[in-house]
Design a protein around this ligand. Structure first.
Ligand code: MN
Length: 314
């Protein structure tokens, strides 16, 4: 997806990891784009990076009888990976490399933007008339942010069996189980499903900072209720989490990674380091350079929003 609620100025994002276990709850900021409810969970003024994770929108649940609730025309990305994961419904990805990625629940789409790519994402026809999912971005570290653009789709993902549930590993590694998706810095992204009225223990890397985002059902962390579509920042220094699910189906997203340690500048769909890079990328998109064309998409490409350069304090 595109960043559908862009700001005119870039947002400076730095790692501010808590070095001890904490619990900071940040409810999603709700917007409605063409009837599709979207909750922005990252970046937030109180929490901009979690490991390399720099963007998280949760959308739906939505039921519809006609039309395309998701119809994001061609738009550019730079310096990041997009990670698309659905709980219900369908989407189809097309990009300027000529890749097509039809996805539904259990199918992972990962696009490495590197030095620049364009893509579209839309509801296909026919469809189930339902939509619920998350869109995530991972910032690429400086050493890899100019990497060759690529798209990968994984229809079989490894799972970690837990007492009381199961984790599907989307990105990075959890409990010795590795995602097949390419990643560029130490990271974990997993969808955890819990059995009702059971407690569930998830092993963690203490050096990572983590968040939990309940997507469905009713969850508790060590006896404390966790609200749906709320970012729960957990800090670092934890060896495990003890969760319990009270309802079925119960889905929760676990994200984390080594503190990113590099300051990034985010604007629209770009992760950069300097204002000049953003200006150049915006001009290249508007002029039809660098990012390529998404030939499989039937409609118009997105225009870049206005950009207002502003000095940033480190
Ligand atoms: Mn996108």
């Amino acid at each position: 997806m595109s960043n559908l609620v862009p700001t005119a100025t870039a947002e400076a994002c730095v790692s501010e990891p808590a070095s001890t276990p904490i619990l900071q709850a940040l409810p999603g900021r709700l917007t409605d784009v063409g009837g599709l409810p979207i909750r922005r969970l990252l970046p937030r003024s109180a929490r901009r990076l979690v490991g390399p994770w720099c963007f998280l929108d949760s959308y739906g649940p939505l039921t519809f009888a006609s039309g395309k609730p998701m119809d994001i025309g061609p738009h550019p990305h730079l310096g990041l990976q997009t990670v698309s994961w659905l709980l219900e419904g369908e989407l189809v990805h097309h990009d300027s490399l000529g890749c097509e990625g039809p996805a539904g629940p259990g199918v992972l789409n990962v696009m490495t933007a590197g030095r620049g790519i364009a893509h579209s994402e839309e509801t296909p026809a026919p469809n189930s008339g339902r939509l619920r999912g998350v869109q995530l971005w991972v910032a690429l570290p400086d050493a890899h942010r100019e990497t060759t653009p690529a798209f990968e789709q994984h229809r079989e993902l490894p799972t970690l069996d837990l007492d009381g549930g199961r984790a599907t590993v989307l990105m990075g590694e959890l409990g010795g189980v590795h995602s097949p998706a390419r990643s560029f810095s130490p990271v974990v992204g997993a969808e955890v499903v819990g059995a009702p009225d059971r407690s569930l223990v998830i092993p963690l890397q203490p050096a990572f900072e983590h968040v939990l985002v309940p997507l469905q059902g009713a969850w508790e962390l060590a006896g404390q209720a966790l609200a749906i579509d709320t970012l729960h920042y957990l800090g670092s220094g934890r060896r495990e989490l003890v969760l319990s699910a009270q309802a079925e189906p119960s889905h929760i997203l676990l994200l984390g990674g080594a503190p990113f340690g590099e300051a990034i500048l985010m604007w629209w769909n770009f992760v950069a380091r300097t204002t000049d890079e953003i200006v150049a990328a915006r001009e290249d998109w508007q002029a039809g350079r660098r990012f390529g064309e998404v030939e499989a998409y039937g409609g118009a490409r997105l225009e870049a929003p206005p950009f207002v350069a502003r000095p940033h304090r480190p």
